[in-house]
Write a protein that binds this ligand. Structure first.
Ligand code: MG
Length: 200
């Protein structure tokens, strides 16, 4: 298993569409950035890259490169997914927190979760979307995103790792039980120091 963490911030700006989690959200302002400014996808991209120690979003997509001008951040996320797959890992789950004064995220949290899950090829229950307002931070004109991801090593046989892990665990349990039975057969019966029936 490996863990990754990502963080990003973008300032709000008039005259650009607001993109968060791959969705275009109806709001008077968008987020400034060389790409589409999708603060949430940038944080998740960095978390994925960090989990396999593959650098960060800036090392893959330098802000000075004209190719990434107004780029769809889903491209960055897809590249990070490829990196973790190349390293032999798959995602267990992702959790995120957005910090922004507006717009309110709770009415669109389900849509955000579904869209991020689709982009990551996960089920919605493997994606956490949470939001806070920046109380006391004096940052009402900024959107911040935090993301953590948990990865697991993929099985070479392409079977889900959890299944083979479960089989391994069952085999281990049987081995331990067999060993305990052999040991208890070899040893004289020990009487308990007290009668457990008396304990209430
Ligand atoms: Mg960014």
């Amino acid at each position: 298993m490996r863990i990754g963490y990502g963080w990003d911030s973008h300032a709000f700006k008039q005259g650009v569409p607001l993109k968060i989690g791959g969705l275009t959200i109806d709001h008077p302002e968008g987020l400034a950035g060389h790409s589409d400014g999708d603060v949430l996808l940038h944080a998740i991209t960095d978390a994925l890259l960090g989990a396999v120690a593959a650098g960060d979003i800036g090392s893959f997509f330098p802000p000075g490169d004209p190719r990434w001008k107004n780029a769809d951040s889903a491209i960055f996320l897809a590249t990070a997914l490829e990196e973790i797959r190349n390293a032999g890992y798959g995602i267990v789950n992702v959790d995120t927190t957005l910090v922004l004064a507006a717009p309110k995220i709770s009415p669109i949290a389900d849509r955000l979760r579904d869209n991020v899950a689709t982009l990551l090829h996960l089920e919605p229950h493997d994606v956490g979307i949470k939001a806070k307002t920046p109380e006391g931070l004096d940052q009402d004109h900024v959107a911040i995103a935090h993301a953590v991801v948990l990865l697991e090593k993929l099985d070479h046989s392409d079977r889900p790792r959890r299944k083979s892990a479960a089989v391994d665990t069952q085999a281990n349990i049987e081995k331990v039980v067999r060993k305990l039975l052999e040991e208890s057969a070899a040893q004289p019966v020990r009487r308990p120091a007290f009668d457990t029936e008396d304990i209430t």
